[in-house]
Design a protein around this ligand. Structure first.
Ligand SMILES: Cc1cc2nc3c(=O)[nH]c(=O)nc-3n(C[C@H](O)[C@H](O)[C@H](O)COP(=O)(O)O)c2cc1C
Length: 168
């Protein structure tokens, strides 16, 4: 490694988190289906649009994520963009484990079979186009098969480790 590379590698996780925390994002729940047909989902903000033609998004998921396992085997996922009133859903799907998270969460299957959560501002049904290494995460590139605006109102925002509102 070069001297510059060594310097870069010495950045602490805390400094990295704190600096990146200033990058305000929306919040999504990325959903898929497990091998036994149960719904799976995780809160995710490491997501971005990637390409318009073809329409691609990318999602970065922790290698330990159970939802990542489900996406790998199902080959598809849905991005549910959360609205401000859905803060509890974000907290709910930030807990590891499938079963309890879905109690009382109204949803139905989207174009690729992955759950669309009722009340989301927008949904994007995707098939897995590519899987790339990304350190302790995996980069999932999704080909968007259906994209719909399904709600109205303010988005849920995440900034500096907390939920925030968008003052307009
Ligand atoms: C606002 C917020 C954003 C998050 N974004 C991501 C993300 O982009 N990728 C990720 O792997 N985990 C992210 N997480 C953490 C996961 O939601 C959490 O680890 C979850 O327990 C994983 O669940 P699973 O193992 O059932 O998939 C985020 C958590 C919060 C609260």
């Amino acid at each position: 490694m070069t001297a510059l590379g060594e310097q870069a590698a010495s950045v602490s996780a805390a400094d990295f988190r704190q600096a990146m925390g200033h990058f305000a994002t929306g919040v999504t729940v990325v959903t898929s289906v497990t091998a036994d047909g149960s719904p799976a989902g995780t809160t995710a903000n490491a997501i971005t649009s990637l390409s318009l033609d073809p329409p691609l998004v990318l999602v970065c998921l922790d290698l330990a994520s159970l939802t990542l396992q489900a996406i790998r085997q199902h080959g598809a996922f849905t991005v549910n963009v959360l609205g401000e009133p859905q803060r509890e859903l974000s907290v709910n799907f930030a807990r590891r484990g499938f079963a309890a998270a879905w109690d009382g969460v109204p949803h139905r299957s989207g174009r690729t079979g992955s759950p669309r959560i009722q009340g989301a501002l927008a949904v994007l049904d995707c098939t897995v186009e590519a899987q790339l290494p990304g350190g302790d995460h995996e980069i999932i590139v999704g080909r968007v098969r259906a994209a719909e605006v399904t709600g109205d109102g303010a988005p849920l925002v995440y900034w500096r480790g907390s939920y925030a509102s968008l003052d307009r």
